[in-house]
Write a protein that binds this ligand. Structure first.
Ligand SMILES: Cc1cc2nc3c(=O)[nH]c(=O)nc-3n(C[C@H](O)[C@H](O)[C@H](O)COP(=O)(O)OP(=O)(O)OC[C@H]3O[C@@H](n4cnc5c(N)ncnc54)[C@H](O)[C@@H]3O)c2cc1C
Length: 382
């Protein structure tokens, strides 16, 4: 073990960054300074934003303070990363500059709503807490009519999330006696494309059985009051839910960490980037898939968390002077709540060729497991 402490700097303390910081601190805090730069005071659980949108959770119930990290010996810097110099090994924020021996990029994705004219004015969504709360109020006041659910661009976080939103809203409007039709528009070729055509057809059946219409291969161009315009047609809406376009945060792009995918390419086994001692995990990264269904692994919290655990173990070993101990395998799972306290469940190996995945149709068991997942992710780590 080296006598001087190693400086580990983690950018972003969301699902991936917080998992990494806590696990690493548990292993090597005596031998490493672990610092996290994060503008938020709280860890949020985006999977539960849909619950907020439905009025089933208060905003305070889907987040928790990051302060307990300090008790674990983690230095929490409450700021935004503004600039990264890989050459000088320095990260700049408005409140100070921070040097590192190991740098981990875990800033997630940002939303670029200005890419679509009319988005900010007319679109609702549950992709951040503030919008989930606003949309909850619109849903409560909605008298019925046409609900359009539109996916604007690929990639986006959690491929099942907009389908979950459509199914939950359909069930809610029906059970509260508000006559509605639900239409889904997406640039994807099928629902959950990373899972392959068989699971896509199972999802389509689920939508069809519930009377939701599905229009694939449509690219959102513009939104106007009660009218949404695609590259190949348009639709009228009374209530609109649209997934915002996702982009990589600017300081990461400006540091030269991204490639033509627009995201940070990493080795999925080791989470390494093209720069020595610089790692990436979670939504900010791109992981190429060997199968042809989608070019890159979808963005999901389960991946960010497991990648963070693997990286924590390997970094701890490296700091202790041992060789790498473990590698990430691309396995994951996700729940898709469908209404009536039921959820579907998808799990397996997303990186194998072809992907080896199981799709379980909706049941109360998966819904209960979904609630347990929520508790574990938000309260299980620290
Ligand atoms: C509606 C919805 C439902 C979802 N449902 C599921 C689900 O059921 N299952 C699942 O696995 N995943 C789900 N996801 C996806 C999941 O939430 C993300 O994939 C996961 O949060 C990614 O983790 P991350 O650590 O990469 O990024 P994040 O959790 O987004 O964390 C990134 C952190 O970096 C910080 N940051 C950003 N910019 C900077 C900067 N410049 N400087 C410093 N810090 C910065 C942010 O403030 C944030 O705290 C869902 C997402 C949404 C929106």
């Amino acid at each position: 073990m080296a006598s001087q402490k190693t400086n580990v700097l983690i950018l972003g303390c969301g699902l991936g960054g917080s998992t990494l910081a806590v696990r690493l601190a548990g292993k090597v805090r005596k031998h490493a300074n672990i610092r996290v730069i994060e503008p938020r005071q709280n860890l949020q659980l985006p999977a539960a934003f849909q619950w907020v949108m439905m009025g089933w959770r208060k905003p305070s119930e889907v987040q928790r303070s990051l302060r307990p990290l300090v008790r674990k010996g983690i230095d929490l810097v409450n700021a935004s990363v503004e600039k990264i110099s890989i050459q000088k090994k320095i990260v700049k924020t408005k409140t100070g500059d921070y040097s590192y021996d190991h740098l981990i990029i875990a800033t997630g994705a940002e939303y670029a709503t200005s890419l679509i004219p009319g988005f900010e004015e007319y679109a609702n969504h549950s992709y951040d807490l503030e919008h989930a709360v606003k949309f909850r109020d619109h849903v409560q006041n909605f008298k019925g009519g046409t609900l359009v659910v539109a996916i604007s661009r690929i990639p986006f976080k959690c491929p099942p999330a907009p389908y979950e939103a459509a199914l939950l809203l359909e069930q809610h409007l029906r059970s509260t006696g508000r006559k509605s039709t639900v239409q889904i528009f997406t640039p994807e070729l099928q629902p959950l494309p990373a899972a392959g055509p068989v699971i896509g057809r199972q999802m389509l059946k689920l939508l069809e059985n519930r009377g939701l219409s599905y229009k694939p291969k449509t690219v959102l161009k513009r939104i106007e009051k009660n009218r949404i315009i695609f590259d190949n047609g348009e639709a009228q809406y009374d209530l609109l839910y649209a997934v915002p376009p996702h982009v990589c945060p600017k300081p990461i792009v400006e540091a030269g960490l991204t490639d033509s995918s627009g995201w940070v390419p990493i080795n999925p086994q080791t989470l390494t980037t093209k720069y020595e001692n610089v790692y990436g995990l979670g939504d900010v990264t791109s992981v190429e898939t060997a199968h042809g269904h989608v070019p890159f692994l979808p963005k999901a919290g389960v991946f960010a968390i497991r990648q963070a655990e693997v990286l924590a173990d390997n970094l701890a070993a490296k700091i202790a002077g041992e060789s790498q101990t473990t590698s990430w395998n691309g396995n994951g799972h996700c729940f898709l709540a469908t209404g009536g306290e039921e959820a579907a469940f998808l799990q397996g190996s997303f990186l194998s060729n072809p992907p080896r995945l199981e799709f379980h149709t909706p049941s109360q068991k998966w819904y209960q497991d979904r609630l347990t997942f929520e508790k574990e992710v938000l309260h299980g780590k620290f």
